[in-house]
Design a protein around this ligand. Sequence first.
Ligand code: SF4
Length: 763
Amino acid sequence: MSRARGRSSLPIVPAGVGEFREAGSETAEGWRSDQRGVRLVPTHCCFCGVQCGMYLKVDAEGRVFGVEPRDHDINKMKLCPKGVVAYQQVSHPDRLVTPLMRDRRGDPLRPVLWDVALDRVVSEIGRIQDAYGRDAFAVYSGSSLATEITYLAGKFARVALGTKHIDYNGRLCMVSAAAANKKAFGIDRAANPWADILHTQVIMVAGSNVAECFPVMTNYLWGARDRGAKLIVLDPRETPLARTADVFVPLRPGTDAAFLNGVLHVIERDGLLDETYIADHTVGWEAVRDIVRTYPPERVAEICGIEPSLVERVGALWGGAERAMAFHARGIEHQRLGVENALAVINLVLATGQLGAEGKGYGTITGQGNGQGGREHGQKADQLPGARDIEDPEHRAFIAEYWGIPEADLPHAGISAVELVHAFREGNVKGLLGLCNNPLVSMPNVDRIAADYDALEFHVQLDFFLSETSERADVVLPSAVWAEDAGVATNAEGRIVLRHKAADPPGEAKPDWWILCEIAGRLGHAERFAFDSVEGVFEELRGASAGGIADYSGVTYERLEETGGLFWPVPSEDHPGTPRLFEDGRFHFPDGRARFSPVEWGAPTESGDDEYPMVLTTGRTVAHFLSGNQTRRIGTLVEQTPRPWVEVHPSLGFVTGDPVRVVTRRGNITFPALVTDTIRPDTVFVPYHWAKRVAANLLTIDALHPISKIPEYKVCACRIEHGEAVDATSPPPQAPGSSIPAFEIVDDIGSPTSPQGRGTGQR
Ligand code: SF4
């Protein structure tokens, strides 16, 4: 790629995309002479949806050996504890460096040549599809992949395999927000660049432990507070961010919609609506008004387990603000009413006209690094590239023609991720290609998931570490980590950023696009998968997205490098991108109006009873990421947080370190207690990054939202009791020749790590 293009030929950088440090390929000034030959490769973090800019340090032999902060517009030199050690994955001794295969179930995996592994994969695909039909072979993908790979995964499933069954692990993360965005706005993207946060007066954060899950975003929130903005936090736990809030609402898990209806009740009652905005830009307000009138603060307080004054206070703050912004994440989305909760936030935003201007806005905070881009270009069960609808005849015709296949050969919608996995045992799905996921840790009711995977006749997994899921596969294909290839990602703002390649994959490992193209070629589709670089895939993606809602057609690698990032839609190469949506008051519907959606609160799938009187809620901690397959191998992160714990309120009579057994209808696990008054007395919290017998998802319920199909991770009924012994933390699975931080079977469990820093029962 050329790095010599002049800036002058590019359009003026739009609001929200400010200065960032020039991509560096030279040794920085002031470096010691013995560091000559060291390159700084500009890229972005592989972990969360903030997508902080960073430099990877590469030595003269081409080895990644460190990280440097980068003054990118997103993070202004800041990185969190995960970001500064992300590079340690690259040369990690656990990396998979050769294909692995087992001949029969129960045999160990053994190294094989690529040809042997690929021939086996192709032969099993053929056998299964001949015996059971094309839909009997499925693809389960992921949202930490570069957008190019997510596009290719969708094309691979529909063209090379001809199967309708492809879905992705964003189904476990962002789909409730996505469904709500589409329903209300007709477009699934955050409405503002985060630079707008600095200009708002009131911020509401609902169900997001920002300081631990998206640490660098905290900087925006605190920047706004420094300028006088008020912060409202809704969460059952007093998270580090909640501790700094002007109003903290410790509501009972699963009651968010009731609270948000109550806030809108107060706003409507007190005449704080933006009647003009409602009249000019929306439809459906009357139905919402009629419902929120039935949520007076006293009723809401009873449902949510809080004081009525909190409803009044939040209503007065939000309703009185000239500029306000709302953000939410998995806390309100991982519920039976996840879509409705997000819609209740949107109702609040629309009713007060808080959209389309600096400091006025709304956004969901995406969890995975490419949580936004990964849900745009066709790896979802019901989607085609450009955020097109796979059941829309025009959309189908456009993509079929673009891919050069008859429209009749383009499969229709498949089923969602958890349903797909259950279909291994209960349906007609017999074979699976998996990439970028670890459902043996991350899916709810994980014992059932393990039995589902065991029922597969053939399973091939692409991975760079041998995860709990990969270790059960029949074939494991070694893939590259993010630093070993270029690619784009779209962050939580909707900003497309470019990651550069810093090193070659180790050993025989290959980029994901190469692996998918090799398999497609051997299945007889070489001409449709004739890519020789990831940028080639991106060029095809641009055309496939043209005219769609998520239009990337005006994005090039060169433009991303020059600007530091472009916000989609970018419909032409002279278009500056769209940092802020809805500035003209028009939404993505034929009449241009946003949709209100009446939301009625309902109890979670499992409500407390005599046997299970409490609520279990799960989430993340700052040192680890999702299923832990990456972070459980990085020494400093393991040292910081070696094992899971259960947070319990002091009123329950435990002391920190006590073995506490958490029992749900799915199973029980004993964890060391972290006694803390930062959690409600009726609720316990367990982080979910660990595997096997301490996997929090052994306990969670696999109830799904009826539309988004997101699991209800955040609420299930439980009881707690004194345990007899604490389960030892299982070591991560060993890769051949691996070297992993040591874990010990502990008799003295000691005190669990507290990420909270305040409010423990022991002071
Ligand atoms: S905040 Fe997110 S993107 Fe930034 S360094 Fe941390 S994990 Fe990486």
